[in-house]
Every structure is written in C-alpha cells, then in structure tokens.
Design a protein around this ligand. Structure first.
Ligand SMILES: NC(=O)c1ccc[n+]([C@@H]2O[C@H](COP(=O)([O-])OP(=O)(O)OC[C@H]3O[C@@H](n4cnc5c(N)ncnc54)[C@H](O)[C@@H]3O)[C@@H](O)[C@H]2O)c1
Length: 259
C-alpha cells in the first residue's frame, strides 16, 4: 500500500492555465514533480513566472480553443507528447435574462464549456485506450451545474452537461483503466468572478463588489474559495490514490452543495 500523492509519472494537459484556478493547478502539479503541457488563449504574467521557474517540466502554448484546427493540433501535440492526464479547466461565463438571451450566447458557452471539453476528453482517453495505457481525466464543472439559476441558464446548463459527460465517459472507458471525474467548485476568487460580479451588478442593480461579498458570506465555511483551495482535489484525482474513483463530481465549495 502507498499513501502519498506521487505525480512524477504524470504528463498533464491543462487548459485555461493562465486563469485563476488553472495557474494554481499548474503550480500544484509542478511542485509534485509532474510534467505539464499548459495552454490558454494568451500567456499571463503568472504563467511566464512558472515557465522561468520550471523550464524542464512546463511547456506552454497559446491556443484559442474555439478554433477547431487549433484544438486538433493541440490534441495531436499532447498525444505525441504521451499525455496521460487531462485537466479540462478552461471555460467562459455569461448571464442574462432568458427572454433576452440569443443563440449566440448559447453557442459561445456550449462551444468552450462543453464541445471543447468533450473533444479533448474523447481525444485523450481514446489515445490512451488505443495505446493500452491508463490515465486520468478531470473536468471542471461547477455548483452551477447542480441546479439552474434564473439569470445564468446557459452557463448552468453547460456545467450540468460536464457532469453528465463525465459520468458517461467514465463508464465508457472504465474497462481501459482510465478514470474520469469532475470537480464542482463553488465561488472562487478569480478573474472569472470579477466578470461575474460586474454582470450581477448590472442585472441585480447592485454596487460593484456586493455580490461577491454576499456569496462569500453565504459559504458555510465562511469565505469565498481561492484558487489554491481547488488544487488538492485535482492532484488527488490525478493520483493513484484515486484509482478506484470514477464518474464522480466532487464538490470543492466550502460546504455550499451537500451531495
Ligand atoms: N471562479 C469560480 O467561482 C468558479 C466556480 C465554479 C466553477 N469554476 C470553473 O473553474 C474553471 C476555472 O475558472 P476560473 O475562475 O479560474 O476562470 P478564469 O476566467 O480565471 O480562467 C479561465 C481560463 O480559460 C481560458 N479560456 C477561455 N476561453 C478560451 C479559449 N477560447 N481558448 C483558450 N482558453 C480559453 C481563459 O483565457 C482563462 O484564462 C472553469 O471551468 C470555471 O467554469 C469557477
């Protein structure tokens, strides 16, 4: 029996690596000795610092995941590089009244949050299966995927879809030793929440910053999460300690959702 997280053999494709949670996950994997192929639409200062700190472990590429050619090229690069762990973290948020919403918002959110998530999961898991290798997929859902919200219909639906695809894919690839799980954060203090807060200010007629303060106070553990709060769950699910866990969505939310 072994009881420590050992990620020295992990080769991790991580999307959204320049964002709030993605950057913390990248650093967590690097600290634990994993090799990371990180990607985002544009590098951030944080990613540049990690590249300087971990030149042998971290490769970073700019990729606009909304472009199919670029997505397929990334997948090919990751498979050639012998990826065995995928963290589908990139996503976008938008909100508004359902009666004002148009299909453009639906398409944009479903494209990044679901279509891209699905294609990378399918591509990496099938590559592993075809090469008789085991591996791990971790998809980012949200507490928003657990129930609908009047102003957040499309985003909630995309995150519910992540939970469902995680379950179906986990069953489909179970015989191949590939585990597929999701993480459902609650409210996490990242650039995404700055954007969310501004939108709630507009739609609920609140001062900027108020929604963020209120949602933090409502968390049973008494505060918003920070990106580092997500890292332990990701590293655990990526490790052999979680070999007997698949198809699950783990709430990492300070107690907001009890399921
Ligand atoms: N922050 C929260 O409160 C919260 C709560 C629940 C779930 N989540 C989920 O956690 C994950 C990370 O969220 P975050 O808060 O760190 O968000 P973030 O906005 O800080 O990071 C998301 C990253 O995805 C990247 N991305 C978006 N579109 C892209 C594209 N077309 N091509 C390439 N990259 C693209 C962005 O550039 C960004 O760096 C997301 O899946 C999000 O839905 C976040």
């Amino acid at each position: 029996m072994h009881t420590s997280i050992d990620l020295h053999n992990s080769r991790v494709l991580l999307t959204g690596a320049a964002g709030g949670i993605g950057l913390a996950i990248a650093e967590g994997f690097l600290l634990e000795g994993a090799d990371v192929l990180a990607t985002d639409i544009k590098a951030s200062e944080g990613i540049e610092q990690l590249i300087a700190q971990y030149p042998n472990q971290l490769t970073y590429v700019d990729v606009d995941l909304s472009k199919d050619d670029a997505l397929e090229a990334l997948l090919e690069k990751a498979c050639d590089w012998d990826v065995n762990t995928l963290v589908n973290n990139a996503a976008i948020f938008d909100m508004g009244h359902i009666w004002e919403s148009n299909l453009d918002q639906y398409d944009r959110l479903f494209h990044i949050n679901v279509r891209v998530m699905f294609r990378l999961m399918q591509g990496v898991a099938s590559h592993l299966r075809d090469n008789k290798k085991t591996g791990k997929v971790i998809n980012f859902s949200s507490q928003a995927g657990r129930r609908g919200e009047a102003l957040v219909a499309h985003y909630c639906a995309t995150k519910a879809a992540v939970i469902s695809y995680t379950q179906s894919a986990a069953l489909a690839y179970a015989d191949d030793g590939i585990t597929i799980n999701a993480i459902a954060p609650g409210v996490v203090d990242t650039p995404m929440w700055e954007h969310v807060d501004k939108l709630f200010a507009k739609y609920e007629n609140r001062p900027i910053g108020e929604k963020k303060r209120v949602v933090g106070e409502e968390v049973p553990l008494g505060r918003m999460g920070n990106p580092e709060d997500m890292v332990g769950a990701v590293l655990f699910l990526a490790s052999s300690l979680a070999d007997y866990i698949t198809g699950q969505t783990l709430n990492v939310d300070g107690g907001c959702v009890l399921s």
